[in-house]
Design a binder for this molecule. Structure first.
Ligand code: NAD
Length: 499
């Protein structure tokens, strides 16, 4: 059995806590590795190493720091297949999707190559008589990030690339379910020229997270994961005086207007609802057709597409649309919620229960499900399922449809499918959700915009990546300077005592 490590001060280090978590191959259900769960002492050691290393790194000029990112991009491209393979093996997503996971992280690294521009600061010449004023953007010091299982390459890179280019040291506490790719990323950053101790990986669970939150040296905490944990980390991190941003769960609605191209809408829902087995915070989990006639046409288009979905292991290559979910517990939770949907009166139009894949009977596969006639009071509507389950809520008007998305406690992403510019424009303007798609089902902003939801999908002020990341990972210092009159007033030729 492979025993994974931490990555501290430029080396793989075995865990000393004697506590481990199982890392599964979700396609076979086998335990393929053990990951160490760090103790408070191991976390403190990593923090001290980071603090010592950060002083020199913070003093390196931004252009040189950006060059490390440039080299890192080259290494990510060189090792793309290797990273994607390791990612699929632990997460279960298809190989193509795993490459997308690396790619969307890589794009944020590319954006960080522009750090010198982002870190330039402001200058007022002549703020008063003989006075200049300038603002500098300085690193925070030791920063950390706690990341979810569902994007084990992308989300760590969204955090550590801007943190490090801003001159900080970063401690990554990745998900214990798929920790191998984060460890590989730390190695690659050093190969790219990053000094030891600036990017470290501490594997662990709540013990490690609490140790980071309580450590006085740690200046900021980034978190992405489920809403209850996001809320906990935000509260505790703020109480310990840290700068904190936490991104939580989602329930993303896609509104389908009567004038939408129904083939396009159905194709979009297949990818956005079932891609990555629905384990995306930007997955569409609720379809809201407007009018019964629209709903009937949409369901008619969806059913054959869903029934044709190919579910299997990533090793089957492009023959597979989506893979298993991450753990047996995740599968059991999805099945439990599906049962509540049936019990509470929703109509199960496509039944993915009892899905069985020959040769992979112990894998965590879940067949695709489609519900119709879902209502607001049902558990499958209220809670994030994080599985291949799409719920259809029939709305009788556009106002009812937009109201559903607005009233839901989550506000990560949403979409509208229509040919009508007026409806699309109204939707984009009024909706209280952070990321909006117009005929685009998964509107994930590119690296140079920012990513973040509203409502219970976020705790904190600034979004991820884009210009917000450079704000989050720097502190502003403003200098007011006045110089006494000097040599330009005329040379002094006689020796005079100082006055
Ligand atoms: P999770 O909340 O279970 O775990 C996230 C991280 O928190 C992991 O590193 C985990 O070790 C740690 N953690 C878990 N329990 C903890 C506790 N009690 N105390 C301290 N730390 C704890 O989330 P997950 O299952 O890994 O990821 C799926 C969730 O993440 C979904 O809810 C999804 O919507 C969300 N997500 C959100 C975004 C976003 O940008 N909003 C992006 C991706 C995923």
């Amino acid at each position: 059995m492979q025993e994974l490590t931490h990555y501290i001060n430029g080396a793989h280090v075995k865990g000393t806590s004697k506590r481990f978590a199982d890392v599964f191959n979700p396609a076979t259900g086998e335990v393929q590795a053990k990951v160490p769960l760090a103790s408070v002492e191991e976390v403190s050691h990593a923090v001290e190493v980071a603090q010592a290393a950060q002083i020199a790194w913070g003093a390196v000029n931004p252009q040189r720091r950006a060059r490390v990112m440039m080299a890192f991009v080259g290494l990510l491209n060189r090792d793309m297949d290797k990273l994607a393979e390791a990612l699929s093996r632990e997460h279960g997503k298809t190989f193509v999707d795993a490459k997308g996971d690396v790619q969307r992280g890589l794009e944020v690294v590319e954006y960080c190559i522009g750090a010198p521009e982002m870190l330039k600061g402001d200058y007022t010449d002549g703020a008063g008589p003989g006075i200049d004023m300038y603002s500098m953007k300085q690193p925070l010091g030791v920063t950390c990030g706690i990341t979810p299982f569902n994007f084990p390459a992308m989300i760590p890179m969204w955090m550590f690339a801007p943190a490090i280019t801003c001159g900080n040291a970063f401690i990554l506490k990745p998900s214990e379910r798929d920790p191998s790719v984060p460890l590989m990323l730390a190695e690659l950053m050093e190969e790219a020229g990053l000094p030891k101790g600036i990017l470290q990986v501490v594997n662990g669970d709540k013990v490690a997270v609490d140790a980071l939150l309580e450590n006085e040296i740690v200046q900021s905490v980034g978190f992405v994961g489920s809403t209850p944990i996001a809320e906990y980390i935000y509260g505790k991190g703020c109480a310990h005086g840290k700068r904190v941003q936490c991104f939580g769960g989602a329930k993303n609605h896609m509104i389908v207007m009567p004038d939408a191209d129904m083939d396009q809408a159905a194709d979009a829902l297949i990818g956005a609802g079932y891609g990555a087995a629905g384990e995306r915070c930007m997955a569409i989990s609720v379809a809201v057709p407007v009018g019964d006639e629209t709903a009937d046409r949409l369901i008619e288009k969806l059913v054959p597409r869903i029934e044709a979905l190919k579910v299997g292991p990533y090793t089957a290559g492009e023959d597979v649309d989506y893979g298993p979910v991450v753990t047996a517990a995740a599968k059991a939770n999805i099945e439990r919620l599906v049962q509540t949907g049936i019990d509470q009166g929703a109509k199960l139009v496509v039944d993915g229960r009892n899905f069985n894949l020959q040769g992979y009977e112990d894998g965590f596969f879940v067949g695709p499900h489609l519900f119709d006639n879902v209502t607001k009071d049902m558990d499958i509507y209220k809670y994030e399922i994080f599985g291949p389950v799409l719920s259809t809520v029939r709305a009788q008007s556009y106002e009812e449809a937009i109201g559903l998305a607005m009233d839901h406690e989550y506000g990560n992403g949403t979409a509208i499918f229509t040919r009508d510019g007026d409806a699309a424009r109204d939707f984009a303007s009024r909706i209280n959700v952070g990321m909006v798609g117009i005929n685009v089902p998964i509107p994930v902003p590119l690296a140079y915009h920012t990513f973040g939801g509203w409502k219970k999908s976020v705790f904190g002020d600034l979004n991820q990546h884009g210009p917000d990341a450079f704000k989050f990972y720097t502190r502003t210092k403003t200098v007011t300077a006045r110089w006494p009159s000097g040599i330009k007033e005329g040379g002094e030729f006689n020796f005079k005592p100082m006055e």
